[in-house]
Design a protein. Structure first.
Length: 202
């Protein structure tokens, strides 16, 4: 398993556990424990901490975008595992350094993780939601370029799809303002429900 794919699955497990306990437990301690247990000696531990920090700091914005992208499916109706896969994917799509993680890679990784850890339709659902957000960004980027070329949304152009504790990450960018007109994504029938107990990554 590639290092970054493994890191994402450990971050997913940590977010899942944190969310399962109503976000009341120490996410830093959870992730540190899981990295030590499931990914000891990995090459890029900072990558895990950046994702965790980014998701946590932008959680309200990310959840708001998820709600707009899939209005028929409130977050409480989306399985815990699926919504945290989407949170990681949206963080990487909207806030991460696109030179490090291009949007296409962020979306593909989220889909693959959904296929591995979500229900039978989770991959399609994640693809639909992230695809809706990506197309909206691209549409608004083109409109902005037409009106004012110097003020385009800073998203790298790609084709649509078929912390460490001691580190001091650079400040994260502000949330893009997105308006959704695309068809909402459909909800998967996930095998993992919000009542499920946290599980170990495969």
């Amino acid at each position: 398993m590639a290092t970054r794919h493994l890191v994402r699955t450990v971050v997913l497990q940590s977010l899942y556990e944190w969310d399962f306990y109503a976000q009341k437990r120490d996410l830093v301690a959870i992730l540190e424990r899981n990295l030590n247990e499931f990914a000891p000696g990995i090459d890029e531990p900072d990558f895990a901490w950046r994702i965790m920090k980014g998701v946590r700091e932008h959680l309200s914005e990310i959840d708001g975008i998820l709600t707009k992208a899939a209005p028929e499916w409130p977050l409480t109706k989306v399985a815990l595992i699926d919504r945290n896969i989407l949170r990681i994917g949206l963080y990487e799509l909207l806030y991460a350094d696109h030179h490090e993680v291009p949007p296409k890679v962020a979306i593909n990784e989220a889909i693959e993780i959904a296929k591995s850890y979500g229900g039978p339709n989770a991959g399609r659902f994640v693809n639909g939601v992230l695809g809706t957000v990506y197309r909206t960004i691209k549409d608004q980027e083109r409109e902005t370029k037409t009106v004012a070329p110097t003020s385009a949304v800073p998203v790298a152009p790609v084709a649509p799809l078929s912390h460490a504790p001691s580190a001091s990450p650079a400040p994260l960018p502000s949330k893009p303002k997105l308006t959704f007109d695309a068809k909402p994504a459909s909800e998967p029938k996930s095998e993992v429900s919000s009542e499920s107990t946290p599980s170990e990554p495969k």
